[in-house]
Design a protein around this ligand. Structure first.
Ligand SMILES: [Zn+2]
Length: 424
């Protein structure tokens, strides 16, 4: 992967800040955040986050440390200044001494430190960005890194590959717990490193300026790509889908739509479906143990919220009865998954709809499923990315993402459940 940094573009962003040092810091943060957002193999659909530490005057005219962190609801590819809300840094650092904070408590805590209360909620990783001492911090879910991070011996592989360049962090649920755990490990063994390798999750880099932090993420991702190449596990290139206007394709998708439309969840119009056909998808769908491999989980925790813990499987030859059975089978499995894990949660959970967001159709392609075209497109994008990561991971060793209990914790974490309660 190549750096997209361009001096003239960077200068234009600096000029736009009109010599205000804090505005220059933020302008360069916006610039390199967009560079990251442009690469689907680094982040997709709101995944990943970035930050910059700067100085601003408070109401009494005293200059104090602040941190801008990506706000929820913003995409790195199109982020603007207001998408990186600022917080006073010192109060955030006091959270280091707080042994536990629920995510429900963390969100108001972060909001209370915001300079502008009209801004979006800062990312749930805001505290980790604050704890890392460098000025700029970048976090991605790089595909090549995930093919390594989702191995049974991921930590060992990462240590071999990165040596003392990166600090290796075992899997911890994103949010307060991860911020705390990663900070503790960084403080004891990572202070000389250029970033963090998060098992089952992704990469962090940091630097004293926007360019060095950004280019570290590119360098670490390239090191992962080269590692996969050397081990015969090259990440398949992202392809433009080769959708062929074939009446059989329409029939296959139409029968799936009919089966899904029987469920109220998708409303009167039925679901939106997004069929993707490509060489990479065909290679994934031809894996002999596809059913077992694809049921292992999503490549990074974020994805489970959009595509559920596993896809539904079928064949191009399926008729509506076959799909009815497949959807029912999926819903039964999902209920079982909920009932296995919900009783172990700290607070009561409400089950989400039990329907698939991705259908893997052998002999055809990958289908994203949603209540509208946008949701279906996002599900298809993430499913294709997972497919490429899984093929590489399996070629390298064994694809072993976060486990079912960890996926449940992510899919049903309190922040998502709170949104549901509010909607109800
Ligand atoms: Zn992440």
């Amino acid at each position: 992967m190549k750096s997209l940094w361009n001096d003239a573009d960077a200068q234009a962003w600096i000029d736009s800040a009109q010599k205000d040092p804090a505005a220059i810091d933020l302008a360069l943060r916006v610039y390199t955040s967009r560079l990251i957002g442009q690469e689907a193999d680094l982040v997709l659909h709101g995944g990943g986050n970035t930050s910059v530490k700067s100085r601003r005057k408070d109401a009494t005219g005293v200059e104090r440390d602040v941190i801008h962190v990506k706000g929820s609801g913003w995409d790195l590819s199109s982020i603007e200044g207001p998408g990186l809300p600022a917080m006073w840094l010192d109060p955030l650092l006091t959270a280091r001494d707080v042994p536990n904070m629920s995510d429900d408590e963390m969100v108001p805590f972060l909001r209370a430190q915001m300079l502008d209360q009209s801004g979006p909620n800062p990312s749930v990783e805001a505290l980790l960005h604050a704890f890392l001492p460098a000025k700029y911090v970048d976090h991605t879910h790089s595909c090549a890194a995930l093919a390594i991070a989702d191995q049974p011996n991921a930590a060992e592989l990462a240590r071999d590959l990165f040596g003392s360049t990166l600090c290796v962090i075992p899997y911890v649920m994103p949010g307060f717990k991860l911020s705390h755990a990663a900070d503790r490990i960084f403080q004891t063994e990572g202070r000389e490193t250029g970033g963090l390798f998060l098992v089952n999750h992704g990469l962090f880099s940091h630097g004293d300026d926007a360019r060095s932090s950004y280019e570290r993420i590119i360098r670490y991702t390239s090191m992962c790509e080269d590692f996969l190449d050397r081990h015969g596990a090259t990440l398949m290139p992202e392809e433009t889908d080769t959708f062929i206007e074939n009446p059989d394709n329409h029939t296959a998708v139409a029968t799936l739509r009919t089966a899904l439309s029987r469920w109220d969840f998708f409303g009167a119009k039925g679901p939106a479906l997004d069929l993707r056909i490509s060489k990479a998808n065909s290679r994934f769908l031809a894996l002999p143990d596809l059913e077992e491999v694809s049921a292992r989980g999503t490549a990074t925790p974020d994805h489970v919220i959009r595509i559920k813990p596993r896809p539904m499987l079928g064949f191009a030859s399926f008729d509506t009865t076959d799909w009815d059975r497949a959807v029912k089978g999926y819903a039964d499995w999902y209920e079982g998954y909920f009932n296995r894990h919900a009783p172990l949660a700290e607070e009561p959970k409400t089950m989400l709809d039990p329907l698939p967001r991705v259908a893997l159709i052998r002999g055809l392609g990958i289908v994203g499923i949603g209540r509208n075209a946008k949701e279906a497109g996002i599900a298809a994008d993430l499913a294709e990315q997972n497919a490429r990561i899984i093929v590489s991971a399996e070629a390298l060793g064994k694809f072993k993402p976060l486990n079912e209990a960890q996926m449940f914790e992510m899919e049903y974490w309190s922040l998502e459940q709170a949104k549901l309660k509010k909607a109800a």
